[in-house]
Design a protein around this ligand. Sequence first.
Ligand code: HXC
Length: 516
Amino acid sequence: MGNREAIEHMKTIREQVRIGGGEEKIQQQHDKGKLTARERLDVLLDKDSFVEHQHYSRGRATMFGLADKRLHGDGVVSGSGLIGGRRVYFSSQDFTVLGGSLGEMHADRIATAQELSLNTRTPFIQINDSGGARIQEGVLSLHGYARIFRANTLASGVVPQISVILGPCAGGAVYSPGITDFVFMVDKVSNMYITGPDVIKAVTGEQISHEELGGAKAHAANSGNAHFRYANEQQCMAAVKHLLSYLPSSADEQPPVVDTGDPVDRRTPEIMEIVPEEERRSFDVRTVIGVIFDKGSFLEVHKDYARNVVVGFARLGGRTVGIFANQPSVFAAALDINASDKAARFIRFCDAFNIPIISLADVPGFLPGVAQEHGGIIRHGAKVLYAIAEATVPKISLIMRKAYGGAFIAMAAKGLGYDRVLSWPMAQIAVMGAEGAASVIFRREINGAEDPNAARQQKIQEFKEEVMDPLVAAGYGYVDDVIDPEESRIALVKSLEMLKTKKVESVRRKHGNIPL
Ligand code: HXC
């Protein structure tokens, strides 16, 4: 072959790589309302930044009818590019080639991109659209998944890992997203399950559609496997980019600082309008977050799951912070199993990636009930305590109203490792609420009183003043400052500033053993 023919040949193969499974399959993909693997990268990456890796790799397996299906690329596009000028590595499965099924070379492309992401300390984004393990390739495929899971695990806490589910993701394939930090899904496009509706029907007799079983809503609201849910692929990709804008590229870096234009000395008088006078009445903590943190900067994570806690990223004076807040408008903010899992994983992400944690407390305790006890609230709740205790990033708490019992410890206890605890004057800190406390301690006196009702009210009042008042905790030094709610933003900005250079060496050990 002469030089010119060699170049032409290369161009022909390159074109074959570009069209993947061919025009007909691309049309089928579009007919399902889906973009192709390469179109997705066009939406995700900065213009002209895409560099393909192992561009021409081709399946080697020939068994069980695969000999004439050895398409270039092997059903996945992998490489590197820029998002907002910052480097990422990625893989994007190509459903038009053998249903995006994962064979030996397909897996090698993904695992190699993962290794490069780790070695270059840049985030990894995996776009999943696949029929799962390539059935014909048997153990080659299973070995490939094993490599990917291991690479996900070794990169955990070193580089941010994001899974974007834009098609089927079935069987053991789900465990790669299951290990990564954030999972994005799109309504009527994404499906994730270990076993699909047909197998479930055969085994248990239950009937359910693909969407109900493993669609975006099911995982965003019920299982908690998805952190973000969108109506279409474009919105989903825009959201991936938005999330990355809060994160450092790796644990070796600090998160980006941006000029949000929101003054750091802005007072927050709106809080008095939001938080009801009557302590039993609830409010939406997201409105408080919206007022205190840089305007429009709150990015809620796991919005539809375990809504009794609210977690997410925001900016304060332009710096990324992780917010861990009780949500009084759901279950009165009691912490349960799912909320504990949600909070603990978020806190550990923040800690791994140098993102200070700010907790906003208004919580009556852990949720009582047989289902919670038997479901393991002890070990699930323990995760939150463990996650806060081991985190070495700046940890700041603002007690808004109630902070009782074990939930106080999780949200605001200096003994657990919070560096700075602030409180609004109307907050209450105690082992339990005043009614319960009065009944336990003064039951005999109350029952024996001439007017038991009046006696109970008096004991409740005494308890509130002598035990629950945040000035009492402040007197012991367990609350650093009792502040006017109008000063909340200013006080948190100053707290963040004074902890900016915090550096704590963890105890040397192989690793801890977080309760699961
Ligand atoms: C090989 C596969 C495949 C697979 C799909 N294809 N899945 N080839 N291995 N796993 C091929 C189809 O034969 C077809 O080829 C093309 O991809 C498109 O598939 P369709 O079925 O036509 O598409 P659609 O109707 O959209 O259905 C998509 C689907 C279905 C729901 C994903 O294909 C499906 O159920 N596939 C099997 C899913 C599965 O059981 N996978 C194994 C899971 S277990 P042609 O040539 O006709 O175009 C697993 C274990 C992993 O993954 C363990 C890791 C730890």
